[in-house]
Design a protein around this ligand. Sequence first.
Ligand SMILES: Cc1cc2nc3c(=O)[nH]c(=O)nc-3n(C[C@H](O)[C@H](O)[C@H](O)COP(=O)(O)O)c2cc1C
Length: 439
Amino acid sequence: MKKPVAIIFAALCMAVFALAACAPDEPPADNNLTPTEGFVFELNEEGNGYTVTDFTGEATQIVVPAEYEGLPVTAIQGDYGTGALSRTYITSVVIPDSVEVIGQNSFNNCPELVSVEISANSSLTAIGNNAFSGCSSLGSFYIPAGMTSLGDNVFNNCGSLRGFTVAAGNTVYRAENGHLIENATNMLIRGVNNPVVPESVTSIAQAAFRRAIGITQLYIPASIESIGNYFIADSTITTILYAGTEGHWSAIEMTDMWNYGNREVMVEYSADIPQATGEILVVYFSATGNTEGVAEYISQATGGTLWEIEAADPYTEEDLEYYTGGRADMEQDDESCRPEIAGAVADFARYDTVFIGHPIWHGIAPRIIQTFIESYDFTGKDVYTFSTGVSSSGNAAFNALAREYTSINIIENLHFTSRNLANAQTLVSEWIAGLGLAA
Ligand SMILES: Cc1cc2nc3c(=O)[nH]c(=O)nc-3n(C[C@H](O)[C@H](O)[C@H](O)COP(=O)(O)O)c2cc1C
């Protein structure tokens, strides 16, 4: 069921949507970038901008205002003790492009913080020590082009991190296999839940994989010359697969604190490190054609192989009528439902990067997406999702998948609503270029 039905469905949906019969489960409010109330500001010394010094609001999905009393908001204050938003229960924060500095400790110990939105146009240049330390739910982080100064332990104990994305124009940092690396030293500063340390890395920072959850093995290349103290402490890593010999391992510069907090870890020598193929797979489920269109653009932009997830028992138009207690409604209500998929991806293992696309059904991904995810081994792969909905944002769907599949590097989602779907081709090429995955 493709394009003609899609057009009819979309038209019907838009028309009925006006009458609220097509209203999504999830309120569209989280798409809304209206600044949150409750911030406390202080005029900076130069008198030309404001600094956020505190947050007294109740909201958990917060948007920092770009300006206050006619002047730009340029900093989020840090402190030796507690920063402006530290120890709060926020779940997401949008940092406006006007912010240049995120001070030390500013988001320290926000255990529920899953997403920090920083745009490609951000003016951010510096993040202070421990700024996101203890943000144990944080899944991904975008480093914009001008971000040249990261303090110490900024991502300490951020064990749920699945991937960093570094803007193409950034010369100080890079991301490989999602890990954050400093260019000048080739030091892996913070590791994510990807088991392969790239061969370009020569040292691993202290606490780099501390509290990492979701990986049980860590491949370390023979290029490593030094390893920092307690670099895998309190993580789920049980085995280190080292590419060099036992002799090389003992020549690595490290103290006996290297495995502090994880003394039981085993080291195996002369391991074969899985090699990146650079191959990209674009899979999608699309009942009415909208997600399929985006999938085609992603496949064109990346040169990736396209594969459609089709239900073994295809969805009829009646199945898709929502709020009728029909098939789709029932499946979404049933957390354990895993609709069967027709066919399988050939040689899934050869792909390094997988894009998974889906419509939003009742605020989340259709259950068949979970069938797909649970059918394959995603170890070592970078996963991006993309989604289309009428008006819901894709955040709830993305967070639900990222939280359920913590062992998979589900890095970020590109979402379309009926407002920006027409612009999908441009938005996709910008996204893919930003990820460094353009063909
Ligand atoms: C069962 C069902 C539930 C839906 N729930 C939502 C929703 O919660 N929020 C939303 O914005 N759109 C919702 N939609 C609309 C679809 O997400 C939207 O039309 C999407 O672009 C369809 O993509 P597709 O053409 O690739 O199937 C729902 C559609 C169906 C069939």
